[in-house]
Design a protein. Structure first.
Length: 290
């Protein structure tokens, strides 16, 4: 019983993660299932096959929808990560009029139901006579991804040790060099995590995309339409591929975060310990140290 009490939280967390992974496991299993192609069927009656993995991209409409989602997610991730990172820097490091209100407004898109946000954006585009399509989808995805980027990067900035930047400036680094060689490497894990979250939210979104897509078909919209007549097994295959890529990206992000924490733990020498110097390239034209 003592062992159970000590590990109860870990067991609970493991069961919770396992519960969340059950749908993904079902998708992976059905990506190998030999199922009828003419109707919706969730019974594995004819065994397993590798046929669908060998021809995972055999449906042109599915390929086009997947390409559209990847392009949309990539562009919205780049734009929202750049804007969100700059906004997080401004909110954490600068004091300006409306700063508290800005912190509140950042939370609102996250708390607003997607169906309300989708309908509001649709009304906005219709009011300005903007043709619905890829451009309106991109604007909508950037709009709701920025909030998540700001929250993730801001949490990283709050625990950032500014003394490392001050040390770099004392060693003669310019503001640009300080950002390039000190600030950005330490913020990179948070920025990467925010970008991955924005990418996942964009490629997964259905509700807002359904309101503002026009004739553009994304991967989730294709699955919704295909569900009316039977989802192709190739959808399960591509979903399993996307999950595998996500796992690899998560492992890389965790590794980067651990590396950044080790760099951030560097401190000046204490009690006779040798300090680890911060290496900053010399400024052109600067006089050598005496």
């Amino acid at each position: 019983m003592g062992w159970l009490r000590r590990n109860a939280l870990r067991i609970y967390a493991g069961l919770a993660v396992l519960y969340m992974l059950i749908p993904i496991g079902v998708i992976a299993v059905f990506s190998f299932a030999e199922t009828p192609k003419d109707k919706l069927n969730f019974a594995i009656s004819d065994g397993f096959t590798l046929e669908y993995w060998q021809h995972a991209f055999g449906i042109e409409e599915l390929n086009h929808a997947l390409r559209t989602s990847l392009e949309l997610a990539t562009l919205s991730t780049l734009i929202s990560t750049a804007i969100g990172t700059l906004m997080a820097l401004a909110l954490v490091r600068y004091d300006f009029f409306g700063r508290r209100a800005s912190n509140l407004l950042i939370i609102l898109p996250m708390a607003t139901p997607e169906i309300v946000m989708g309908a509001s954006l649709l009304s906005l585009f219709v009011f300005y006579s903007a043709p619905l399509g890829f451009t309106t989808l991109l604007i909508a995805h950037v709009m709701f991804c920025i909030s998540f980027v700001v929250i993730v990067v801001r949490s990283r900035l709050i625990g950032f040790d500014r003394s490392l930047e001050e040390a770099a400036r004392d060693l003669g680094a310019t503001p640009v060099q300080t950002f390039r060689y000190v600030t950005f490497p330490l913020l990179a894990p948070g920025i990467i995590a925010a970008g991955l979250l924005a990418f996942a939210l964009s490629i997964d979104d259905f509700v807002i995309s359904n309101f503002n897509s026009g004739t553009t078909v994304t991967f989730p919209l294709y699955i919704f339409g295909a569900a009316q007549r039977g989802i192709p097994v190739e959808v399960n295959v591509i979903a399993a591929m996307l999950f595998a890529v996500t796992v690899v990206a998560m492992v890389f992000t965790v590794w980067q975060q651990g590396r950044a924490e080790k760099l951030a733990s560097v401190r000046p020498d204490q009690e006779g310990e040798v300090a680890v110097p911060i290496s900053v390239p010399p400024t052109p034209g600067a006089a050598p140290a005496g």
